[in-house]
Design a protein around this ligand. Sequence first.
Ligand code: ZN
Length: 132
Amino acid sequence: MKPPMGEDNGWWWQQAAEGHLAIQRCGSCGTLRHPPRPMCGDCHSLAWDHVVSSGRGTLDSYTILHHPQFPGFDYPLIIILVQLEEGTRFTSQLVNCSPEDVEFGMPVEMVMHEDPDGFRLPMFQPAQGASA
Ligand code: ZN
């Protein structure tokens, strides 16, 4: 299952393929936004560039998904909303963590997941060195 890639987000997947968690930034007011879209929601500018996230953040919210089950994923899936230290939020998947260990506010860090075919997708895991 691959996400759709188009004009608005193809660059983002290219960044992921290079191992970067990219965040789109408005070229006029500097507001960060994700997922990628053509227009700034704050100032309606069409100008943008991007920053590369450190990949560090805290878990803002999460949902544990038992269904539906797609082949190639381990269930249950822990779908998380990460508050990145750059100041924007990112929806992702928490890996290397069992559902009973998930906590609101826990520090997480980006880990680049790679499919056997080389497709890369940023995911998150509990921050290493965090107090357990
Ligand atoms: Zn703007």
